[in-house]
Design a protein around this ligand. Structure first.
Ligand code: EPZ
Length: 416
């Protein structure tokens, strides 16, 4: 699939953020913690959600979808979900915790690395092992068995989002209390804790680095609406600012995008916040800034590529350091094809603004955030930009190009 963007263009108008992909994926996995019906509202229609729903069906869950709602009854018959579906997205590794908690045994393919890094899962497995699980590696799969999961104290060497979520789900049904030290603080982790507590879980400290999960014998069903997608919100903010546009973005929790707002303001963008919306406008030249990606509440790594595309429009040099993933500059060669002047030194990128702007070119999306960055660059470039493999964008953004088109972008999508 490829998309063509005609630039330069100015984005003006109102738009709305969808539900968070990275909140929904663990919440769907956590629906396996109970065999009573769980209804999730406002599910985003994105590829990653479709894959996880398929995987839940394969495990044995009954799924009923109605418009944007899905009701899941977490029956588990298949303890070995097929590699085919598991390997389609990393998020499927989050099934390990719930299946282990419910059935005491699970075999699941190790998630492969991806374009942004090797993506190890050692911290996930460290947690399960400390809770009493026997962990073995068989033919590229992890086999985990635990006649009984016991609460314990687990220190995470890195505040891993996925490890915090996977361990939290297993601990929800363990015997006794589990304490996770150096837990991830991301809003999606907090949302998962809130969801599990809606089902009768006893999780305290979500949003702090000390999580306390008191195991319960079983969880009941319930209803839940996950949080809005803070990365989609940030991507829309950067797109409007990059095109010297003006817009109102609805269904945003301003507190979740504080780091992005702060760096955009530093670069000269006007931002006003209300309870669930953000007003953004850029009329001045982009000022150079220094960005360093960090675990939440630091600047999100999932916004690094989009910020780099934005800073290509700055007259001076800016610096971006990527401290979370070891290989998350694959969008740089593609931006260079558009005339950007970017030098990589280890995990730091120096972006020398060109003032006169980028020029349209044929580029390739390597992951969904790089795809969003190239889209933003195409909106600012002179001429036509063709993004190949743009289906990466649809993995995590619902109707992103349509939202931008309603703001004035000229975008055509076609099978390549
Ligand atoms: C989640 O991935 C997100 N994905 C990622 O979003 C996001 O970039 C990342 O968190 C960081 O915020 C989902 O929520 C589905 P991590 P996750 O475990 O859980 C190392 C997107 O674009 N690590 O916090 O895999 C790891 O190598 C995606 O939406 C270990 O060393 O991220 C990395 O360097 C991309 N051992 C760092 O921690 C482990 O056991 C952060 O990984 C686990 C992780």
């Amino acid at each position: 699939m490829e998309m063509k963007i005609k630039g330069p263009t100015k984005l003006v108008g109102e738009t709305r953020v969808g539900t968070s992909k990275n909140a929904v994926l663990p919440i769907l996995a956590a629906s396996l913690l109970t065999d009573e019906p769980v209804t999730i509202h406002q599910l985003p229609k994105i590829m990653d959600v479709k894959v996880v729903l398929q995987l839940l069906k394969e495990i044995g869950a009954e799924i009923e979808t109605e418009e944007n709602d899905v009701t899941i009854r977490g029956e588990i018959f298949n303890l070995y979900p097929s590699t085919e579906w598991v390997r389609k997205i990393r998020g499927s590794f989050l099934m390990l915790g719930p299946i282990l908690a419910r059935k005491k045994r699970v075999r699941i393919s190790l998630p492969g690395g991806c374009s942004i890094g090797s993506r190890p899962v050692d911290l996930h497995l460290k947690g399960f092992h400390l809770m009493g699980a026997d962990i073995r590696f068989v033919g590229g799969d992890v086999v985990a068995e635990a006649p009984k999961l016991r609460g314990t104290r687990i220190y995470l060497d890195f505040p891993s989002v996925g490890a915090t979520e996977n361990i939290m789900m297993a601990a929800a049904l363990a015997e006794g209390t589990t304490v996770i030290e150096n837990a991830a603080l991301e809003p999606e982790v907090v949302d998962l804790a809130h969801f599990i507590n809606t089902l009768g879980g006893r999780i305290r400290g979500a949003g702090t680095s000390l999580l306390r999960i008191e195991g319960v014998a079983s969880l009941h069903g319930g209803h839940y609406t996950p949080i809005p997608d803070r990365i989609e919100a940030g991507s829309l903010m950067v797109a409007i600012a990059a095109t010297k546009g003006e817009g109102v973005i609805h269904n945003v929790i301003p507190g979740h995008v504080k780091a992005v707002s702060a760096k955009l303001r530093e670069s000269g963008v006007e931002i006003e916040e209300e309870a669930d919306r953000i007003f953004i406008r850029r009329s001045a030249p982009i000022q150079s800034i220094y960005v360093k990606t960090l675990p939440y509440p630091g600047f999100p790594t999932d916004m690094q590529a989009q910020m780099m595309a934005y800073l290509c429009g700055c007259e001076n040099s800016s610096i971006i350091s990527e401290t979370v993933f070891e290989n998350r500059f694959l969008h740089v060669p593609e931006l260079l094809r558009m005339g950007a002047d970017i030098r990589i030194e280890g995990r730091t990128a120096i972006i020398r603004g060109r003032g006169e702007g980028l020029s349209g070119a044929v580029v390739k999306a390597t992951d969904l955030r790089a795809g969003a960055a190239l889209l933003i660059a195409g909106l600012c470039a002179n001429g036509i930009t063709t993004i190949e493999d743009c289906e990466h964008i649809d993995r995590g953004y619902e109707n992103f190009s349509e939202k931008l088109s309603r703001l004035g972008a000229e975008i055509d999508k076609s099978p390549s």
